[in-house]
Design a protein around this ligand. Sequence first.
Ligand SMILES: *Cc1c(COP(=O)(O)O)cnc(C)c1O
Length: 412
Amino acid sequence: MTKLSQIAADLDRADPLRPFRDRFALPDGIVYLDGNSLGAMPVAVRSAMDDFLQREWGDRLIRGWNDGWWELPTRLGDQIGRLIGASPGETLVCDNTTTNLYKLAWAVCSSTTRNGPIVTDDQNFPSDLYILREVAERTGRELVIVPTDGLQTRMSDVEPHIGGASLLALSLVAFKSGALLDGSSWTRFAHDRGVPILWDLSHAVGVVSVAMADWRADFAVGCCYKHLHGGPGAPAFLSVRSDRIGRLQNPIPGWFGHADPFAMSPAYAPEPGIRRFLTGSPPIAALMAMTAGVDLVEEAGIQAIRAKSERMTAFAVDAWETELRPLGFELSSPANAGERGSHVTLGHPSALAISRRLTQRGVIPDFRPPNGLRLGFAPLYNSYGDIVRGVEAIKEAMVSHDEVAEPRGPVT
Ligand SMILES: *Cc1c(COP(=O)(O)O)cnc(C)c1O
């Protein structure tokens, strides 16, 4: 361990992102390795919310809508659009990822004459599978959930199922294994077979390089409470390539997506642009709370973030090899840093108990069934030293027989 600690100290000293750690409100003594489930809180959220409460809602009242609230879903959308390489006017912040997936998948399936299946894989997030099944059933299609090895989806897995498909929907970074797909090749793979692609960027946005426009990707949805540090239940985003927006309908049309909401017309007419995917009033307080996190990611830059993220997962895998593999942990993530997002999953039969013990000791990972201890690395606030402390805590948890308090809630 001393050698690992030494390497970590050197890496931390040379880390250009180190100053960002102080921009987050992390409690003393906590090693937080769950930023891929809920990002830590940026310090600037406090002043942003104070300002919103006192000056905007408090003083400006309804006039706030004309002072910037109205544009917030598209202003934040364009900012996130820059982080995922989309063009201006293609990205909107609204609802949650699950709802946005429903909106886009339904819109795509309802606007095409293709009636082949919706294709996804068994690594996709459960909520995505529920929604895709629902959309398939409601639009008279099948859902094909392609089986994989559970580690990394291969084109050869999908090839037998994709002919004639209406939509290919995949997560760019798999929530369990952390596998990162090559967005460019996969988008080309789908397009060469005449199939549009919808990326779920939830575990990717803010930490992985995404180039929607360069890939010519059709659609994306994603989550803002993970690596965008947007806060619990932060609104999510959706993104549509501009040439496709005009043909798509919102399955939950509402006045905020109307071309002229204050005409108060009894007939619905969609806004020409991406705002057509709004439904009702956006949650302005929640949008305000997420501005600080997105600003921080933009300030640091995705390139620097991704470079550190790759180095962090590589360091964690090296540490697993020497310290944890001998204790019976297996690597449930791809072995190559270039094929991983920003978390590493270690399989162990006692992963749930270990995860609880760690949390009790102030090292916070999470657990994903059946046996995954997930360690998430947030390049803006985690240090290499955090990884060493995490590995030490795992080793201690293996020899301790402390009583572990039962968890207090449903979240693992
Ligand atoms: C976190 C995550 C979501 C979250 O969905 P919400 O509806 O915003 O809670 C969806 N899909 C994937 C792949 C995720 O990782």
